[in-house]
Design a protein around this ligand. Structure first.
Ligand code: F0G
Length: 467
């Protein structure tokens, strides 16, 4: 599928020797988050803030108005976001999690519950920092990684209804739907599911918000998979989704096609006043919210480009092609392929590793050791329950690795390389070493954890006896 752009500005990518990669990973405490970007050949750690901008975005950026208050760039950004979402109140923030903090500290009270199809990691952390409790109620069909169900990102409506109507119902302060469901295999949420959530929230008088970091990609998949929305443009579908909710919090580092940015969209005047005061105290005045005028310009333009059907079709096709190549190499991925990321099933590829040896993390490390590819674990290292000595008590339901796909950055040739590296690992999976935790922080463990290999396979040959 032909992307509707050609490449105008390029950046070199580093190629390290196998020994340099081994040493780099050792020095990083076997945690790819600690690697330097110039040690990485293909960086699939995140699709956040990692996309390429367009010539039109850079031209707009040159017009950025850096006035402290009421800048032209702010009005351009606000009008674009308002046209897309319909929300009367728009507050800019420097990135998604800043929006989460501002919104949750204004909306949630200590002891309340925030329900989601799946909270993203920082989202759950910000719910907790506001004194509330995050509760995930994913559709049980998502538990079958191989099924071709079109909307495995949905919330479990029965469980939501039971919780809202049950003894804890009065404690629910917010229902937050993540579109697409990043924590659950990049799976989309159907419009029917959002409509049903809206009805339940209305009936129980609970605010209903979207975490809409990938609103355009969700809209594309709805247009492809939900018969009632066939013939709608991605933009029309996205606008309809925003219309269903009482507000939203959005990281624009994804579908804003920019390196930084975000916003909160609100209907409620009082909530807006509370959030605005918090924003001014902590992010910046409410016409820039921690962003420069040139950022606001890039974002306003990016929001137009991201809903282009030709762009979304090519991006979805490129991810689906990578999924096919990986599957043909004998590595399972969460089905059906989403858009912003592929999730490799390391548990099924590496049956010789127990959950406490972190098969997902092990596969991620091997991708770096063998090919300089960086990605993120979504398994027991990230989601498992552990005691104070970092012993795994409750494994994650699946041992996955996420290959996130930056927007407009890598070509199909880069993805052929990724598939080839994986194919080599799949030929001899038993040579992949497990890992154990050496040290870890109490919150958001996966970012700063340090580990060590459990077998000699990746140790320094110089340290081996007889060397
Ligand atoms: N919500 C979702 C669904 C996300 O995926 C992210 C970030 C955020 C909120 C927070 O936004 O990074 O702008 O503060 N996801 C990135 C990722 C980091 O790699 O998936 P942020």
């Amino acid at each position: 599928m032909l992307p509707p752009y050609r490449i105008k500005v390029v950046e070199p990518i580093p190629f390290l020797s196998a020994e340099d990669r081994r040493q780099a990973l050792e020095e990083a405490g076997y945690n790819p988050f600690n690697l330097r970007a110039d040690q990485i050949t293909i960086d699939l750690l995140s699709d956040s803030g990692t996309g390429a901008t367009s010539a039109a975005q850079e031209a707009a950026a040159a017009l950025g108005d850096e006035s402290y208050a009421g800048a032209r760039s702010w009005f351009r950004f606000r009008n674009e976001v308002h046209d897309l979402t319909g929300y009367p109140h728009i507050l800019p923030v420097h990135q998604g999690r800043a929006g989460e903090r501002v919104l949750f500290t204004s909306l949630l009270k200590p002891g309340q519950i925030c329900i989601s199809n799946t909270h993203f990691d920082t989202t759950g952390a910000n719910v907790k920092l506001a004194g509330a409790k995050p509760l995930d109620l994913p559709d049980p069909r998502a538990a079958d990684l191989d099924s071709q169900e079109p909307f495995k990102g949905n919330i479990d409506l029965d469980a939501l209804e039971r919780t809202l109507g049950g003894p804890e119902g009065h404690r629910v302060g917010l229902v937050l739907m993540t579109i697409t469901n990043n924590g659950l295999g990049a799976q989309p949420v159907s419009m029917a599911n959002l409509e049903a959530v809206r009805e339940l929230c209305r009936r129980h008088r609970v605010p209903f918000f979207l975490d809409a970091a990938r609103f355009a990609e969700n809209a594309w998949l709805v247009g492809q998979r939900e018969p009632a929305y066939r013939g709608w443009t991605p933009r029309q579908i996205a606008t309809r989704a925003f219309e269903l909710a009482d507000g939203c919090v959005v990281s624009l580092k994804k579908d804003g096609l920019s390196a930084i940015g975000g916003f909160i969209g609100l209907r409620d005047d009082d909530l807006h006043a509370g959030c605005e005061a918090n924003l001014i105290a902590t992010e910046g005045f409410s016409t820039y919210g921690g962003l420069a005028g040139h950022d606001l310009e890039r974002l306003a333009q990016g929001l137009r480009e991201v809903v282009d059907p030709a762009y979304l079709r090519a991006r979805a096709a490129s991810t689906a092609r990578l999924a096919r190549m990986i599957n043909e190499a004998g590595v399972e991925t969460v089905q059906p392929a989403g858009i912003h990321a592929l999730y490799l099933n390391a548990g099924s590829l590496l049956p010789h590793l127990a959950p406490h040896e972190f098969p997902g993390h092990s596969l991620g490390c091997q991708l770096y050791l063998d090919g300089g590819i960086r990605c993120a674990e979504l398994g027991s290292l990230y989601l498992g329950g552990m005691d104070a000595k970092h012993r795994l008590l409750t494994p994650a339901p699946f041992e996955l690795v996420r290959l996130a796909i930056p927007r407009r950055v890598y070509t199909d040739t880069h993805f052929e390389y990724v598939a080839a590296v994986l194919a080599e690992i799949a030929k001899e999976p038993e040579r992949v070493s497990g890992y154990r935790i050496v040290s870890a922080p109490p919150l958001l463990r996966h970012f700063k954890v340090r580990l060590a290999p459990t077998t000699t396979a990746v140790r320094n040959p110089a340290d081996e006896p007889g060397a």
